[in-house]
Design a protein around this ligand. Structure first.
Ligand code: SF4
Length: 508
């Protein structure tokens, strides 16, 4: 039974997904899952392009690389597993696309191993490719590292990096190490190649095994429970129907947010409302009635300045910020680059945005007017303002110069940089949270691309780097998305300033 193999991904997040997958194989994958798959395939292709194909001059040795054909998770892996064993028997130095299956704690599993790398003692090291950031530069840590182009040929060196753990990657390496141990070829080491495609970071695999055992031993769930990942899960309509039928408390409080209530025997929304637990019961009742926001106090307000700019930034993974958008109450001003991040294009784009913003401020001062820039939840903006200054500070592009970190820090630490989300959080509560997509519609703002979210934006940015019609469309969409977020932030500010009309008072 092919479909009954558990994968590492099945052990992360909602465990009910695997049960639904077995019971409803007919439900097609979502677009988000297909896009995620496309990103993984692109990551693998980028790494494969860097892998060695032959020994380099000076290696003075044979080098055998065997590429096994890809096999989907719902296909029978028997032939590829057999080919994996044959490639190991042939003592290939590098094997791509290996597959192992096994049984642990009574559970049949399968692991797809991106790379198997032969070590000098003829054991093998599994290496996983992902889009995660798997290590961070850190002068106080050392981690064995090997260049992707030397896998199967070179030896690792110690690098000043600290590993970042990702649960699914850890399970995959632990499964692969188990399979290799079964045939006496486990090296005890595993590797990960993440967003930096040029290097594999290595670590022992033994510490990964207890977590895998715990995951395999966990009791399987008997029914659905709403969690964050439901939003993009293909089984959502099926699970939602079950949750509604039982009035499960997770309909209102997802994930672990209802844990305390469950331990008190409250498992339904009605149970929470009836429990008369003050604000918790009141918010549950508001949720049931469809009330989106409640005021904490009698009044709601927001600061006002003569010149107001709403800012929103878009970054791509941890590579850099490609779009700084600003709305001045009349027009939207995008500062954008579509070429790969990390170089002059990103630096100049940032410098032009900063110059524009500071020019607006200087003009306001010259006219004797007050100024502030506003942002919705400015953690991401603060990070990329500082990082952009740190990486590019002082570079000159014609009439603009990238600001230094001190200049940026002075601005974001001052009172002319205002986080609108903080204003909202201090004055309102919402049974469905206080995201911009929740609050702005209450302020009368609607988005042009209703369901375009953060993950879609990452996909669109990947596509936008091309030069075809799809790339142009993705660029337009990203600009629209950014403009919408700027305008929505402005709408929320004005609405707060008007006292958040139509919002009932908590406890009122
Ligand atoms: S919809 Fe939610 S509960 Fe159902 S399988 Fe998917 S993630 Fe799990």
């Amino acid at each position: 039974m092919i479909a009954q193999h558990v994968s590492a991904a099945d052990l992360v997040g909602c465990r009910y997904r695997q049960i639904q997958r077995l019971n409803h194989p007919e439900v097609p994958r979502t677009r988000a899952a297909a896009m995620r798959q496309a990103r993984s395939t692109a990551a693998r292709a980028a790494v494969h392009a860097r892998l060695p194909v032959r020994a380099a001059l000076g290696d003075r040795r044979r080098f055998l690389r065997i590429d096994l054909p890809p096999v989907q998770f719902d296909e029978d892996p028997f032939h590829v597993e057999l080919a994996t064993l044959e490639a190991l028997a042939a003592q290939a130095d590098l094997i791509t696309g290996a597959v192992f299956t096994g049984v642990s704690e009574g559970t049949a599993w399968r692991v797809d191993v991106d790379l198997l790398v032969r070590r000098p003692d003829d054991t093998y090291m599994p290496v996983m490719i992902s889009n995660h950031r798997v290590a961070r530069a850190d002068d106080r840590s050392t981690t064995p590292v090997i260049a992707t182009g030397r896998l199967g040929l070179g030896v690792p060196v110690e690098g000043a990096f600290r590993l970042r753990h990702h649960v699914a990657d850890g399970y995959r390496l632990a499964f692969a190490a188990r399979a290799l141990a079964d045939i006496g070829l486990d090296s005890g080491m595993g590797g990960a190649i993440g967003q930096d495609r040029s290097r594999a970071f290595l670590a022992p695999t033994a510490p990964l095994q207890p977590a895998l055992d715990a995951a395999l031993n966990a009791e399987p769930p008997t029914g659905p429970r709403r969690v964050k990942e439901c939003a993009t899960c293909r089984f959502r309509p099926l699970c939602e129907a079950d949750l509604r039928a039982s009035d499960d408390i997770s309909l209102y409080l997802s994930g672990d947010r209802a844990r305390d209530f469950r331990t008190r025997g409250i498992n339904t929304v009605a149970g929470l409302i009836d429990a008369d637990l003050g604000q918790a019961s009141e918010l549950a009742a508001a949720w049931r009635e469809g009330t989106v926001l409640l005021r904490r106090g009698d009044t709601v307000t927001a600061p006002a300045t003569d010149v107001e700019i709403d800012v929103d930034m878009e970054a791509y993974l941890d590579q850099g910020a490609y779009l700084w958008g600003a709305y001045d109450g009349e027009s939207y001003h995008p500062f954008v680059t579509w070429i790969p991040l990390g170089g002059d294009a990103e630096a100049e784009n940032f410098a032009r945005f900063w110059h524009w913003l500071m020019d607006r401020r200087a003009r306001a001062y010259a006219e004797g007017r007050t100024f502030a820039a506003y942002c919705w939840s400015n953690n991401g903006e603060n990070h990329w303002l500082k990082m952009s200054a740190r990486r590019f500070g002082g570079r000159v592009f014609g009439d603009v110069t990238v600001p230094g970190e001190a200049e940026v820090q002075a601005f974001i630490g001052g009172d002319e940089w205002i986080d609108v989300f903080k204003l909202v959080r201090a004055q309102l509560v919402g049974p469905s949270g206080l995201g911009l997509k929740v609050v702005a519609p209450e302020a009368g703002y609607t988005w042009s691309d209703g369901d375009f979210d953060g993950e879609e934006s990452v996909n669109a940015r990947r596509i936008s780097r091309g030069s075809d019609a799809a790339a142009m469309q993705a660029r337009e969409q990203l600009l629209r998305y950014n403009e919408d977020d700027c305008r929505a932030t402005a709408a929320v500010r004005h609405w707060l300033r008007a006292g958040a009309p139509g919002t009932p008072r908590l406890g009122g």
